[in-house]
Design a protein around this ligand. Structure first.
Ligand code: AMP
Ligand code: MG
Length: 426
């Protein structure tokens, strides 16, 4: 891509930028993990069951298994009395015949003996003779419906049915379902390795007290945390000063060792901004300006095969750039099909100044208010890109379209919820 004199001449809309990004990333290779370790991850392949689920008709209660028709005449005044001919506990199989007028004492989870079609719970039965087990006689005071208190075999799935499809995210209950279907291991995509680099001569590590003119590197830890939260494996490559050679070394090494490289800073076409030029020279720049505020200086390209994101140095810009471009890319690499955060509509509590131009993603917090629980959103008092506390305490970005002008208090606006996972129904 040729660099225009006015860097903003290359500016493209968010949706187009996201399409370009998603068109250049693909899922990582797959690996087998214990089902419980797959929690939160999408399956890389369909999973089917080798047996019926449940495999046999089992009792849902402690009680007596019987022929429902034997109790047809039972009532509170005239009980039907049956002979207990056997006993069944979970894991035990009663092999005998159960004839008319007979019943089997049964425990929850035990297979219902062949030919019997109802279980009456223990609490509503009266033991007339004996201890309730084999040789006893018990009274029933109400009719039973066929199928009562029996968990049918194959209720959940039949042998060879797909019980969980590719892309479906494993939940704790899902890990149980996978085990039930005969799987101790499942196939998921490897967590992508994300190399994070902070660019700027002014940056020092959190442990240092900045000298005049220096600031602490906040994007490094913030982007590492964002990558981790997105299901990736972040690796910090350090701070590089605004020095072409040092930046080149770190970026090339990260690109060799990682699936994705994310830098922040040095992307705003200032006098010392080398990173986009480096990608243009040694790889391919696919865009270097997006029509958003904050964070318009966002570069996406490829270094060899490795996707590269050069985010704005402003902490808010880096955050928004990660949310809008890096996170969806990482989710696609993990195999997720749901790539967009939930967007909801809320009334804005105050007017917002805006001129048509770039699309705005303003830091804000949405809450439910009043008896009706209406959604109200309040922006951070200032949208200064260096401030972190409002991003930290906030939960959403107010999205105002490129062509939007001033917004009045009480108007409905769309908010992007960055505090809840993609696919959440709000
Ligand atoms: P740049 O994109 O290099 O022009 O940086 C824009 C602004 O963000 C400047 O004020 C930088 O000092 C600041 N900045 C850049 N990188 C970081 C960082 N890692 N942590 C905190 N602030 C940064
Ligand atoms: Mg800089």
């Amino acid at each position: 891509m040729a660099r225009a004199k006015n860097p903003d001449a290359n500016m493209i809309p968010v949706e187009e930028a996201r399409r370009i990004v998603l068109g250049h990333v693909s899922p990582t290779e797959t690996r087998e993990v214990p089902t419980w370790q797959a929690v939160g991850l999408p399956l890389a392949a369909d999973v089917s069951t080798d047996i019926d689920l449940a495999p046999f008709a089992g009792s849902a209660m402690d009680g007596y298994a019987l022929h429902a028709e034997d109790l047809a005449a039972a009532s509170s005044e005239g009980p039907v009395v049956l002979d207990v001919v056997g006993h069944e506990a979970a894991g035990h199989v009663f092999e005998g015949e159960v004839g008319p007028g007979q019943t089997v004492r049964i425990m929850t989870g035990a297979p219902v003996p062949e030919g019997l079609d109802a279980v009456v719970k223990y609490e509503v039965v009266e033991v007339l003779e004996g201890d309730g087990n084999e040789g006893s006689r018990v009274g029933f005071f109400a009719a039973a419906k066929p199928g009562e208190n029996i968990r049918a075999s194959g209720l959940e799935a039949r042998a060879d049915d797909v019980v969980m499809g590719v892309g479906e995210v494993v939940t704790p209950a899902g890990a149980g379902l996978l085990a039930n279907a005969g799987h101790a291991l499942v196939s998921v995509h490897r967590a992508p390795r994300v190399g994070v680099i902070s660019l700027g001569t002014e940056l020092v590590d959190a442990r240092a007290v900045p000298a005049r003119g220096q600031i602490r590197d906040v994007n490094g830890p913030a982007l590492m945390a964002s990558a981790r939260e997105a299901g990736a494996e972040p690796v910090f490559y350090g701070i590089a000063p605004d020095d072409e050679e040092r930046i080149g070394e770190l970026v090339r090494r990260a690109a060799r060792e990682c699936d994705v490289v994310v830098t922040s800073g040095g992307a705003s076409a200032g006098d010392y901004d080398y990173v986009t030029a480096l990608i243009a020279r040694e790889g391919e720049v696919l865009f270097d300006r997006v029509s958003i505020k904050p964070g318009k200086a966002v570069t996406f390209g490829l270094l060899g095969e490795t996707p590269f994101f050069g985010l704005s140095g402003n902490p808010a810009g880096a955050f928004v750039g990660f949310e809008l471009f890096v996170r969806p890319a990482l989710r696609k690499m993990v195999g997720h099909t749901e790539l967009a955060r939930p967007v909801q509509e809320a009334r804005i509590a105050h007017g917002v100044k805006k001129r048509p131009g770039r699309a705005a993603y303003n830091r804000a917090r949405v809450e439910r208010i009043g008896a009706e629980g209406e959604l109200e959103v309040m922006q951070a008092p200032t949208q200064n890109s260096a401030l972190l506390v409002d991003l930290h305490r906030g939960n959403c970005l107010v999205m105002l379209a490129e062509d939007a002008g001033r917004v009045e208090a009480g108007e409905a606006v769309a908010v992007l919820r960055y505090d809840v996972p993609e696919g959440t129904v709000l």
